[in-house]
Design a protein around this ligand. Sequence first.
Ligand code: FAD
Length: 375
Amino acid sequence: MTTRTDVDVLVVGAGFAGAVMAERLAEGYGLSCLVLDRRDHLAGNAHDTTDAAGVLVHRYGPHWFRTNSDRVRDYLSHFTEWHPVTYRALSWTAGRYWSFPINLETYEQLVGRPATSEEMAAALESWRVPCARPRNSEELVLSQVGPVLYEKFYLGYTMKQWRRHPRELHPSVCGRIPVRTDRDDRYLTESFQALPARGYTALFERLLRHPKIEVRLGAEWRDVARAVRYRHLVYTGRLDDFYEERFGPLPYRSLRWEHETLPQEWFQPAMQVNFPNDHAFTRILEYKHATGQVLPVTTIAREYPDDWRPGKDPFYAMPTPEAQALFAQYAALAEREAHVSFVGRLPTYTNYNMDQVVGMALAEADRVGPGLVCP
Ligand SMILES: Cc1cc2nc3c(=O)[nH]c(=O)nc-3n(C[C@H](O)[C@H](O)[C@H](O)COP(=O)(O)OP(=O)(O)OC[C@H]3O[C@@H](n4cnc5c(N)ncnc54)[C@H](O)[C@@H]3O)c2cc1C
């Protein structure tokens, strides 16, 4: 395809939001799309790659795909086969592995003997600190499990991850993690849990392989926008960046990873081990447990939370009241843009999962697509 200077839609970002929008607008409405990303690869934060040892690793941290949406699963299934996984994680503290999220086995490990669901429920009831309407993550967790389990599994992890005390963070931050009194130790609860069989990057290559779509990598939006005419903009980057930080920069949390390949088949007993109280990293990932690759070597990644500053990747919106108030100022400006679709995790300043972003992009393409088709 020749390089376009005149397109129907300019799409900023080749992650799930941008790629799904482009595919739907191209295939569903016949619109020409130019997709660009400042990074040198497809798939945004879901990008995966095979390392020198042949191990498929997620470059920006573990991406465990799951969904309750038939529409999202069926849509993505046009572009990938799936490798079913039941995601399981463990927690390491006080010198041993613990079953996690908290379930009956965790309780048995704590009391050091077999127990029943009824006994565990009664124990939680006696430990919990009742709170009718938790205002922050500390109140929420204390109201679910009480101080001992809170300090063992939540407090240290949250402090490392956010560099904020749980009482400064929205209840949903710790509320995402289930607490169960049966033996269900699944890390996640959605009905469909699977990874793209050949990886996310391969999925994106198929998603964007369309005669009406051109992709430019290593391309910055403002540089390209100067040279290209378009009728509609799909923008999946930071909203404060879009408005040149008019009200000041939004705060984000960043991360970094140390990858290490080891000359052994396995390093740890699960795909993810959390370290709430030991080390500077929060978790160690061993991707082979989830991808099902069979290899005599393994690669692990230690994940370190990091402060965000310009030049670093903005991985998480800060779930604090002050950050949300600042975002509301930018959101009010965005609402007035008639020819821009703000789609995805960054412009909504919400830490959505992949399936939620895909659902959002499908809905937005259906909303704007018909109006962009020339009569
Ligand atoms: C560490 C981590 C772990 C996660 N784990 C999971 C998980 O297990 N399960 C799950 O469902 N979700 C997970 N997520 C969330 C998942 O990454 C997102 O839901 C999804 O990737 C969002 O897609 P997106 O297109 O909105 O954003 P992104 O993937 O961030 O894509 C946006 C793209 O826009 C590009 N861009 C931005 N501004 C510009 C510009 N000015 N010019 C050019 N390009 C630009 C960026 O380079 C980026 O590639 C995780 C996220 C993180 C950070």
